[in-house]
Design a protein around this ligand. Sequence first.
Ligand code: ATP
Length: 585
Amino acid sequence: MSNTSSLDVIASLCKRRGFIFHSSEVYGGINGFWDYGPLGCEMKRNIKDAWWQAMVRDREDVAGLDATIIMHPAIWKASGHLDTFSDPMCTCKSCKKLMRADQVDDILTDGEIGKTLQALLDEHADYGKIAGWCKGKGKGLAPNLPAVTDPDALTAAVEKLKADPACATTLSALYALLGAGAPSTRCPYCGGELTEPRPFNLMFKTIVGPVDDPSNVAYLRPETAQAIFAQFLNVYATSRMSVPFGIAQMGKSFRNEVTPRNYTFRSREFEQMELEFFIKPDEAVELLYGKVTTMADQPDLSVPQKEWGWEVWHKYWVEQRKKWIIACGLPKDSFVEYWQKPDELAHYARACVDIEYAFPFGVQELEGIAARSDFDLTQHQKHSGKSMEVFDEPLKQVCSKMDETAKAAFVEKVAAEWQSRGKDPEAARAFARKLFEGRYIPHVIEPSAGVDRMMLALLCNAYEEQKLVDEKGKEDTRVVMHFSPKVAPVKVAVFPLVKNKPEVYNKAREIFEYLRRRTAAFWDEGGAIGRRYRRQDEVGTPWCITVDFQTAEDDTFTVRERDSMKQERMTLAQFKAMLDEALVF
Ligand code: ATP
C-alpha cells in the first residue's frame, strides 16, 4: 500500500499527529531517544499485546517473565557483553565526530557529500567537473578532504582519473581517490582523516548505591534475553513445564549506539520482545525417539513434534514469527529472510535468520531468530557455579534399558560428530554420559524482535497519499494510514452528525461510552463530517461511526470504512461483532 514514502514524511506525520516526538524536545532533544505520544503509545501497546498473545497466552509451552533492567553485573560478564559487546568505532581527527566503522559508507551515501558526488557519477561527469566540485561545493561540504584542501592531492586525483576514468566509478572509490587514501578512511561528514577502528562498549554504565566506586558499577541491560537465562532455574522450577518450553520477556533495553540514525530504527533506548525457547539437544532426542527430524525430512511445521531436532525448531520459529508479522499487517512480500552465512555466525550459533524489512532507507533487520545451542546457559553455569541442567526422567528410563556396548557406541558416535564440527571430543563424551543419567543443559532458539522497529515498519508500510477527485471534479489528496485494525491506535471514531440536537448528540455519546469501555474509541464533534473522516484517515482509524436523526428511530448508524470509504448502516450489536472479529489475532 505504501507509495515508498520518505522517512521525513512519516516523521513529520508522526510528530503532527502525536505518534512520536523527539525526547526532551523543549531542550533541543537528545540524540537517539524518542517519546511515543498519545497515538504512538496506544499503537506500541497494541504491538506488544499482539506479541504477548501470540508468544505466551496462545501457547501452553511458554511462560512470561518481567525482570529488572539493572541486574547483577556478573550476568554481563557471563554473557560476554562486558568483553565483546562492542562496535568498532572511528573518530574523525578534524571534526571529532564518532561513527561506527561499518557505517562510514552508509553515512557518506546518505549525506550531502555523497549525494552531490553521486549525482556527478550518475551523469558520468569527467575529471574536470569533479575538480570543479572540489573547488566549489566540496569546499563547503568536505572542508577537510585532501583534494579540496591540497592542490597537489587534487592534481594527483585528476591525473589518475584522466589516465583511467574507470578507477572511480563508485562513490566510495571516488571519495577514496579525492581523500588520497584507501576506502572508508575519510570522514563522511567533513573529509577529515579517520582514526583506526577501536572497540567501544555499547552498555550504559551506572552506579548502584550511594558510593561512586568502581565496585558499584552496574549496567542498563542491552537486551532482555539475559534475564531469562539468569532466571531459568526459577521459572523451570515454578512453571511445571518440561523441555521443550519457552520463557518470554519484553521491555526496555539500552545501547549506547555510536550513531543513532534513521529515526527510531537505531535508538539508544528501545523495547525488545524476546523468547528463549529451550529444546532438548539432538542427541537426547535421538536416544528418546530413535531418530531426529531434520529439514531434509521436509517436516510439516504447523504443529511441533517431539522428534524435531534444533534445525526444525529453528525453522518453525522463523515461520511463526513471519506469520505474526503478516498478522500485524506487513505484506509478506515486504520482508525477506536473510540466512547468515557460516562466517557471519557467532561461534556458538548454529543458524541465524534476520527478518529484513524494506524500510525507505534500505532493507534492514526487523528481528532475528537465532539457534544459540547451549551457549548461554552453559556460560551462566560456569560463572554462577549453579547447575543449569534439567533432569529428564523419560530419557533416563530409555537409557537404563541400553546395554554397555550400545552406550559406548553412542558415546563414540557423539564424539566423532562433535569433532567434525571442531568441538572437543572429550567434552562430547562427558555430555553423552550425562545424557544416560537423564541430564543435559537445554539448547535454545531465540526469536528476538524490536517493538520500535516493528512500529516503524508498520508506519512506513501504512502511509499512502491518495489522489482523489470529488463529485464536482475537484482534485484532492487524502493521507491515509492503512493500519491493520489489530495495531491501529484508535479502532473507531464516533461522530454526532450535529451538536445541537440532543436526540442525536446524546445517542452518539451513549454509543461512544459503550465502545470506549471495550476498545480504543475516539470522540470528535468538530467540523464537517468529511473533515472528521480525513483526520481519522490520517491516523489510520479503521471505522468511523456517524450518528444521525435516523439513529434515534431505528438504532442504526453509518459506519464508514477507512480503505474503501464505503458507508453502511449497522446496529451497535452488528458493529461490535464485526469489530471483535477483526481484532482477533
Ligand atoms: P543491528 O544489527 O541492527 O544493530 P542487532 O543484530 O544488534 O541489530 P539484536 O541484538 O539481535 O540486534 O537485537 C534484537 C532486535 O532488537 C533487533 O532485531 C531490533 O529489532 C532490536 N534492536 C536492536 N538494537 C536496536 C536499536 N538500537 N534500536 C532499536 N531497536 C533495536
